[in-house]
Write a protein that binds this ligand. Structure first.
Ligand SMILES: Cc1cc2nc3c(=O)[nH]c(=O)nc-3n(C[C@H](O)[C@H](O)[C@H](O)COP(=O)(O)OP(=O)(O)OC[C@H]3O[C@@H](n4cnc5c(N)ncnc54)[C@H](O)[C@@H]3O)c2cc1C
Length: 471
């Protein structure tokens, strides 16, 4: 389709993980949305390769979990090298056992380009579209909509725009929204996907620095591919050479491998880790999501994950307003809920980068929630372990697996040892006796898998549902 003079409900700027995840969520809700992407194809690099357990749950709901599992693998143990000898092993993550509540416990490695391919395939399957080669260069808005201008000179009018155009977001700048932050580390980093010989694929190979003049290098086999990801740190002020020759020199200088062990560079980039947060996540009809709203050090493996979860928080709200009769004020809760989470993530990523926090419980993102949100109502006299605002855990109730019941764009009422009231037919219902993590009561689970409302009895349920246009 040509976007010229076409009215679209939601224009998503950027086909990175954020834009694609939002595209999938809106497509399955029947929202008229289009993703526009500056480049001619999907991003080719591995950079955000760690998918956290909470994102695995989101991917389960979005219908891509099987493909993500098939495409990736667990993280290998770190192998520390010194002068050509293996001197020790390093466990990158605190181990965790899968439980009935939390079936995914460890990060799953999938190169970012593959995750994007999988999300793109799902988007296409659902009838969604990406228009490649469309660079957004201008944005203006009025009461009724947003006009977005492209580099080629055309423009499109949308009811809402989501800026998922990455850390340097042209949309954010165009709106004049500031981004406040600090450089986490002044040392430039190289990240490159290469083919190489001489290292096994069962370990993440770590080469500590020799002295003041170089930095560490880590070479990680990328699950599901024949590639390795090289990450290397350089002294402040170094102009990093991204060519095959440049990368060969780094590998030869910092490891026991010969330069020609590197046979091919498939993608390479350099960056200086920053932590920064947009001053606002919304301006009128435009929302910022993903790296456009927050950038982190990659050390904690949080960026892609937090970004996908921004999309997941915004998707159902846009869907409810555009197709479900919810009031537009619901959209105010996107910034209310996501900005504090992003602010906490910045602190966590910086702390992992500096070696002050291990990768473990906090980086899995299973404990995140919205207890303080204006959408959260908890009225039980003696709340149990799971409270309104918390992530709704998995488990079995009656004969039903809860994540099976939650999967899809709907709300779900979980009734434990309480009579089930009448609810609108679009709300799913699961009932049963004694559920360990939930305790007893009625739990209304939002489309994004958080408990919105919890009560001992049905009083107030219909009023709460009415806030979302559900009657
Ligand atoms: C070395 C490294 C390692 C990382 N490791 C991890 C990790 O293990 N786990 C993790 O969670 N995260 C990790 N990250 C972070 C992760 O890569 C990002 O957080 C993620 O890519 C953000 O997704 P996004 O869709 O918001 O932005 P992006 O991926 O940047 O996508 C933005 C898209 O918008 C397009 N675009 C830009 N401007 C325009 C425009 N004007 N018009 C139209 N399109 C436009 C771009 O071409 C791009 O396709 C890592 C990052 C780096 C650098």
């Amino acid at each position: 389709m040509s976007p010229t003079n076409t009215d679209i409900d939601v224009l998503i700027v950027g086909a990175g993980p954020t834009g694609l995840a939002l595209g999938v969520d809106l497509a399955r809700r029947g929202v008229d949305a289009l993703v526009v992407e500056r480049t001619e194809g999907l991003f080719p690099g591995s950079r955000g390769k760690g998918i956290q357990p909470r994102t695995m749950e989101v991917f389960d709901d979005l219908g891509v979990l099987d493909a993500i599992r098939a495409a990736g693998g667990g993280y290998p143990v770190g192998m520390i090298w010194q002068d050509g000898k293996q001197v020790g092993e390093h466990q990158m993550f605190d181990p965790a056992e899968a439980t009935e509540d939390s079936p995914y416990t460890e990060p799953w490695m999938v190169p970012q380009w593959r995750t994007q391919e999988i999300l793109f395939a799902r988007l296409t399957e659902l009838g969604g579209k990406v228009a490649f080669g469309r660079e957004v260069v201008g944005i203006t808005q009025d009461e009724d909509g947003v006009t977005v201008g492209f580099a080629a000179g055309e423009s499109v009018r949308a009811r809402y725009v989501v800026a998922a155009d990455g850390g340097r977001s042209a949309v954010r700048r165009g709106l004049g929204i500031g981004m406040t932050g600090v450089t986490v580390d002044p040392h430039p980093m190289l990240v490159a996907d290469v083919r190489l010989t001489g290292l096994d694929r069962d370990h993440w190979h770590v080469f500590p620095p020799h002295g003041e003049t170089d930095g560490f290098m880590a070479i990680c086999p990328l699950a599901g591919t024949r590639d390795f990801q090289i990450a290397a740190q350089f002294p402040e002020g170094t102009a990093v050479d991204l060519s095959l020759d440049g990368i060969r020199k780094v590998v030869a200088a910092r490891s026991h491998l010969d330069a020609d062990a590197v046979t091919e560079v498939r993608w390479a980039s350099d960056f200086r880790p920053r932590a920064a947060l947009a001053d606002r996540f919304r301006d009128g009809r435009v929302f910022l999501a993903g790296d456009a709203a927050h950038v982190h050090s990659p050390a904690g493996g949080q960026g892609l994950n937090t970004s996908v979860q921004d999309a997941y928080n915004l998707g159902w709200k846009l869907g409810a307003v555009l197709t479900g009769g919810a009031p537009t004020t619901l959209l105010d809760t996107y910034e209310e809920e996501r900005r504090p989470i992003a602010a906490d993530m910045l602190g966590l990523s910086t702390s992992v980068h500096r070696g002050e926090t291990r990768r473990g419980e906090a980086t899995r993102q299973l404990g995140l929630g919205y207890r303080e949100s204006s959408l959260t109502e908890e009225t039980r006299t003696a709340p149990g372990q799971v409270r309104a605002g918390d992530r709704a855990p998995d488990g079995t109730l009656g004969e039903v697996r809860l994540f099976d019941a939650f999967r899809g764009p709907h709300w779900t009422l979980v009734a434990v040892e309480v009579e089930v009231p009448e609810v609108p037919e679009t709300v799913g219902v699961v009932r049963g006796r004694a559920q360990e993590s939930y305790g007893s009561g009625l739990f209304l689970v939002r489309p994004d898998g958080y408990v919105g409302w919890a009560a001992d009895r049905a009083t107030g349920l219909m009023g709460y549902l009415g806030r979302f246009g559900l009657r």
